[in-house]
Write a protein that binds this ligand. Structure first.
Ligand code: HEM
Length: 278
């Protein structure tokens, strides 16, 4: 118990009538009043908090990823790698949140599922933006955002722009390795198609890491990011299956079969192929 004369804390600032306080700086009144439950069900609070926490991590990921891509475009690798490391750590935090959510049973979920109608993570604009930045470009996925022009615009910009992988391939070319013009000047709004010459370029990097150290390190960082993304998908799928089984999703997809299909998505194909070639 604290002693009233304990000077380790009695000098603490206590008057915030003129100064910015912790809660004011972090806008906690807004943040902590944003958990609006629609039912008296006990577990609805958990459900809302887990989604909001993940959306906050996604916000940080978009922030880091956009800056990292900007740096890589200018050929600045080390600070970009530091940001991508932070993306990986944030992904790990997102993955860890399933452990908390899994304490909710199918019966608990049914207490409030009907209350939010057709709302679903399928309509998360930040998740879709991250997918587009990583290069998984599916124009159909912009449709749920037609009613929110600012979100739609963000997605449209990311759809048309080079992805993290496209930018990395430009860097590989700038370092003197051969990347075909057809790859460098492709239509970025289309999903990336693997190319033999790109595979050969990465093979060269992995065969001689000491000559291409930062490209080698960048490649491994991309694999970390994709590895973590796959884990998120897999843990989400398993959590969904244990909570709703094979019921249709509130977003209108087939649910588990749709999420299983997404496990086959490959973001940086040649970086996985090169493992076989080595
Ligand atoms: C009870 C927990 C959950 C269930 C039952 C669930 C269920 C589903 C289902 C069935 C889908 C497929 C789309 C649909 O038809 O709705 C989906 C998609 C999605 N969910 Fe969840 N989910 C849960 C928790 C979460 C959480 C905590 C997040 C964190 C933000 C999340 C994010 C997403 C995202 C981003 C998608 C789109 C995935 C894609 O299109 O590849 N979900 N969810």
């Amino acid at each position: 118990m604290n002693h009233p004369k304990d000077e380790t804390y009695t000098q603490a600032h206590t008057d915030f009538s003129q100064d910015l306080s912790y809660g004011d700086y972090l806008m906690l009144d807004q943040v902590l009043s944003a958990q609006r439950t629609l039912t008296p069900a006990h577990d609805e609070m958990l459900f809302i908090v887990i989604h909001q926490v993940q959306e906050l991590w996604m916000k940080l990921i978009v922030h880091e990823l956009s800056s990292a891509m900007g740096l890589l475009k200018q050929g600045i690798v080390d600070p970009a790698l530091k940001m991508l490391t932070r993306v990986c750590r944030a992904q790990e935090q997102m993955a860890a949140s399933w452990e908390v959510l899994k304490t909710m049973t199918p019966s608990d979920y049914l207490q409030f599922r009907a209350s939010f109608g057709r709302a679903s993570g399928f309509q998360s604009h930040q998740y879709r933006l991250i997918e587009f930045l990583f290069g998984n470009k599916q124009p159909f996925m912009m449709r749920p955002h037609q009613h929110r022009p600012e979100h739609h615009r963000l997605l449209e910009q990311a759809l048309q722009a080079p992805s993290l992988y496209d930018i990395s391939l430009h860097l590989v070319a700038a370092r003197g390795l051969e990347i075909p013009q057809a790859v460098l000047q492709r239509d970025f709004s289309q999903p990336y198609q693997p190319h033999e010459r790109v595979r050969a370029a990465w093979l060269e990097v992995y065969r001689h890491p000491e000559q291409h150290w930062d490209l080698y390190y960048l490649a491994e960082k991309l694999v970390d990011v994709e590895d973590n993304f796959r884990r998120w998908r897999f843990n989400h799928l398993t959590t969904v299956e244990r909570i709703i089984g094979h019921k249709q999703g509130t977003g209108g997809t087939a649910g588990v079969p749709y999420l299983k299909r997404a496990l086959d998505i490959v973001l940086f194909p040649e970086l996985w192929q090169v493992r076989t070639d080595l």
